[in-house]
Design a protein around this ligand. Sequence first.
Ligand code: C2O
Ligand code: CU
Length: 539
Amino acid sequence: AWRRHYKFFVKEASYTRLCATKNILTVNGQFPGPTLYVHEGDTIYVKVHNNGRYNITIHWHGVKQPRNPWSDGPVYITQCPIQPGDSFNYKIIFSEEIGTLWWHAHSDWLRATVHGAIIVYPKHGRSYRFPKPDQEVPIIFGEWWKEDVREVLREFVASGGGPRNSDAYTINGQPGDLYPCSSQDTFMLNVQYEKRYLLRMVNAAMNEILFFAIANHSLTVVGADGSYTKPFTKDYVIIAPGQTLDCLLEANQKVRGSYYMATRAYSTALPFDNTTTTAILNYDGYSLPTTTSPLLPSLPFYNDTTAAFDFLGNLRYPDPLLFPLNKYDTRIISTISVNTLPCANASCAGPNGNRLAASMNNISFVSPFIDILEAYYYHINGVFGTQFPRVPPLFFNFTSTNLPTILLTPKRATEVRVIRYNSTIEVVFQGTNLVAGLDHPMHLHGFNFYVVGWGFGNFDKKKDPKNYNLVDPPYRNTVIVPINGWAAIRFKAHNPGVWFLHCHLERHLTWGMETVFIVKDGKKAQERILPPPRHMPRC
Ligand code: C2O
Ligand code: CU
């Protein structure tokens, strides 16, 4: 039976990983949290009771929530936090999504342990476009710190430097048997020869893009970010925080045995955790020997940008486009940078004693004290400005090594961009080489967008659009902008509301690499934001 109402109790629970026990924040005591199962087009309600000690909100990542920003979740963007002892009933409206999405906390760093998968089946009575799997398996990647994550956040904000690395990546909550004390609990997928498995992958890690592979097995990608893709087969995948992939796996190895599945970082920014996290694919009837380890897959090297973008270049939308891509109304070009700001203490851990920051078009976003949606809806002045991206895109050689030092220090402000209903928007994200050149997974709430182009170096307004894919570009909610490069997306602004746009690397979000798109109401009643629910949390 398919339920429409769910209860999430946010509460502490004790978990042991890497030989140490600590309390973590969970939903219903589970880590990773409960999986939500829905069908295409459903509306469900999730009542979130905050039985923890900290303010929290929950976001339904990749669910477009047509006209319903009230339940989107990012703290101080669409709602005030749910305070301890309080609750909020989220109304989650599914429309065109199909495949795998996820939910996660969207305040402080609580999403490290407060997250889970959302599985969207085809409409009742319909089947998948791809061959029917015999079994479906969520594969959730995460990151584990031995320390309390709130403490990790507090320390790094206070120091002005980068956050400390996590102590391990996890697969379905487990660091795997290459770590001490972990072998008993390593995630194991038991398979039968000649059966087909649908792996529903979610990257819930905080700060790293990941490679993943299974020894001796290839993966056929059939979906990404809650949308079908043209199927293609690879022996590894790359997945950024915020992204999901649906992959078919054929258990086709005649040698019944066990094979490692493994993940490790794709990262061009040091330092990061380059250890390998494993899980086991085990053929039925085979019992694991105690002396020999399973075969490890070969994963691309941690800085193999070619492997990363080879994979991404295969993603294609399989259907006629949802709107014509050959025209757009507005092009917004924004740099995305890591910067520095003066240090309030004597000396911070960032370059030259400064503290690290991040920005879009050199505006480092400052979180307001009441949410932007409320301020917009009730016409409360003084909460945000509408000047994003404020400065016309400055034309520097953003990816050169000696950029003007004025670009190092961003302006701190709460600036949004107001967008006309139903206009077609192009956004070009331009990576820079300011403090560190690296890949940024940029995520937009309220929409999927077509990734029409990307490249290395500086975006060239004249040349690059000529090479856009306007025929079958992938339809995603999170795009990896290449290191020292750019990516261009197009979407139709037919979802009125207040929608967050940010880097899904948690440290960059904390530093200010974000802005907000406010899509105005259309003229007709069904083109306007829905009325607010009766009880919104108060700030
Ligand atoms: Cu995964 Cu702002 O979200
Ligand atoms: Cu980033």
